[in-house]
Design a protein around this ligand. Structure first.
Ligand code: PXL
Length: 266
């Protein structure tokens, strides 16, 4: 049996916790074959990102076309895109090939605060990628960078969702995990008609590296298998909760979230 496929258009994390490494193991954990268009190579460990080198935009395009034309892509996601040139190349390529539902995780910086995007590139994410996206999945720092809205409560979270939908995605998931002083993590999913609150536990852990990537790729994997956006997001939230609960220390800084619990199932 040929499995479903999902494509990640993202960067490599030498520490193996985030980026394509997180995406591929999340696809695997969902029984989905992972495809990759590599955008950048980061040099990093648990203490931070020492630097990155981007892949030439035409090579990013060629990777997407190679897999889409031959193997087929049932769903795709973007993570670290590094430059405005790569973002424009991805947008143009997605108009030319079929990739199914398309999730944009607007990665701007690492958990340690190191930039993963050149400065002029945020505007390109808003104008080139959001209008093509089935779903966008910003955290609260990215919401502030993209809209200027500072989310502090349910009302500002809803205002942020409305502002983000103006950029043209079908759905937005405003992730509440970074909200201060809340006992639970409340994410808001909306297509402008429905506003769905997803509430889950907040775990006391330092080891959350790769959490955003893992959630976006879990959602993408479910979409590749034919789930609706609300079902894929609900399943993705359950998956990331377990991965956060089981994150482990590795190195002196921030350890990764862990999908190892799926091994218990076999
Ligand atoms: O979690 C965001 C992210 C995405 N992609 C790469 C990263 C990180 C965070 O460090 O390194 C390659």
């Amino acid at each position: 049996m040929t499995p479903r496929t999902a494509l990640t258009i993202a960067g490599s994390d030498s520490g193996g916790g985030a980026g394509i490494q997180a995406d591929l193991r999340t696809f695997f954990a969902h029984g989905v074959h992972g495809l990759v268009a590599l955008t950048a190579v980061t040099v990093q460990n648990s203490l931070g990102v020492q630097g990155f080198t981007e892949i030439p935009a035409d090579v990013v395009t060629a990777q997407i076309k190679a897999v889409a034309s031959d193997m087929g892509v049932n769903a795709a996601k973007t993570g670290m895109l590094a430059t405005a040139e790569i973002i424009r190349a991805v947008a143009k390529t997605l108009d030319e090939v079929e990739v199914g539902p398309f999730v944009v995780d607007p990665v701007a910086a690492s958990m340690t605060g190191d930039p993963l995007l050149r400065e002029d590139a945020l505007e390109a994410i808003r104008t080139e990628l959001f209008p093509r996206a089935t779903l966008i999945t910003p955290n609260l720092d990215e919401v502030r960078l993209l809209t200027g809205v500072q989310v502090v409560d349910a009302a500002s979270q809803r205002a942020a969702a409305e502002a983000l939908l103006e950029f043209g995605s079908r759905w937005v998931l405003v992730k509440g995990g970074h909200m201060q002083g809340t006992a639970e993590c409340v994410d808001l999913l909306s297509d402008g008609r429905e506003y769905l609150e997803l509430t889950g536990p907040r775990y006391e852990t330092e080891n959350t590296h790769g959490g955003g990537d893992t959630l976006a790729s879990a959602i993408t994997a479910s979409l590749a298998k034919g789930a609706s956006v609300p079902d894929a997001v609900a399943a993705g939230k359950k998956f990331i909760e377990r991965c956060v609960a089981e994150g482990y220390p590795l190195g002196a800084g921030v350890g990764p979230v862990s999908p190892f619990w799926v091994l218990d199932k076999s």
